[in-house]
Design a protein around this ligand. Sequence first.
Ligand code: C5P
Length: 416
Amino acid sequence: MQILQNKKIVLGITGGIAAYKTPELVRRLKDKGADVRVVMTEGAKAFITPLTLQAVSANSVSDSLLDTQAELAMGHIELAKWADLILIAPATADTIARISNGMANDLLTTICLATSAPIAIAPAMNQQMWHAQVTQENITRLSNRQVNIFGPGSGEQACGDIGMGRMLDVSELVELTCQFFSKNKTPDVQKAQQKLIEQPCIGQHWVITAGPTREAIDPVRYISNHSSGKMGYAIAAAALQAGAKVTLISGPVTISPPENCDLIQVESAQNMHEKALEHGKNATVFVACAAVADYRVANIAEQKIKKSAETMQLNLIKNPDIVADVAALTNKPFTVGFAAETQDIEHYALGKLKRKNLDMIAANNVAIAGQGFNSENNALTVFYTDGKVEIPLASKQNVAQRLVSLIQQTYLKQVN
Ligand code: C5P
């Protein structure tokens, strides 16, 4: 017997670009034995015609709450009672918001309110909309009400962005629907699968360096720089949110570390070097975001240096290159460097990528006011083997989420 034999599925299609995949979804569900009735919102009809879905489903398509003829044929309450499952794919941010608020201002939301059947939604939207706090609150609310959340996946989006929010592929949706109906699959298994989609870095160990280093001159003075640590800390938070175990090796900063990370506080480049090698050798991903001092004082004075001559000289020696040494490890983690440049960004970034044997380098122009060092915002140009990706000016949290998503996908490609 086919796995979806005798299963009655109402497929709700809402107005997202992924609606173009739904005829294929209907066919694959029918291949498995399901009887599918399609309900479309007004927005969905801008992307795909009811006629196409009528042809593939071999059932009439419902699209209006107030259509007397349609209500005569199979009214909204009948459809709500008929369904064994209501699957909404793609589910836009707007539809998710309306369902989570119990609205009934079109046919699909009315059916959702009127049904006692389980509901599954396959979110599909721009990554920024997906990460918006209100969308996340709506999703949590639906999830708490036992609505099944299928996806979303992450990757390149129709608008050119990269991140979470893509509708899962048709094959994944069919698989999740089959699992939903399968007696053998417990809700726990479904939860575990959902967790992996939401937290793609589960099982990975990320080591991140952040902040400045301090190079002592004498017991009271040091050489340092303006790094605030905000970018590195935001990357640590985004990697934790994506499910990774995070070790954050940080120079002296005034901000608080994200909860649940393993914080290792260091002062000098040499301290940071030692800790980076110790933890980097067991890491899957290493991100060098720290602004490491290139030189340190050759002979640190044991006592405070007294003021005397009109001029004085400090003898400096080169610090070890931390990221290059991690990239030279036998079991090298996926290694990401940063390049803070004031000119000729691409040329210098690509030079560092090659010279330090990195897998990826994120370059930012620190000469532009309002981004980079000590600011709340940043913009990056990321270079790696597949080419380059621009992450436009946004908060460091937002830039970090996009960078983590790009690193995670590129790393996975490399290991698979
Ligand atoms: O060579 P440059 O300092 O511009 O390279 C920047 C990148 O190298 C950053 O990722 C920084 O964290 C890393 N770096 C390092 N150790 C150093 C100098 C830089 O890990 N001594």
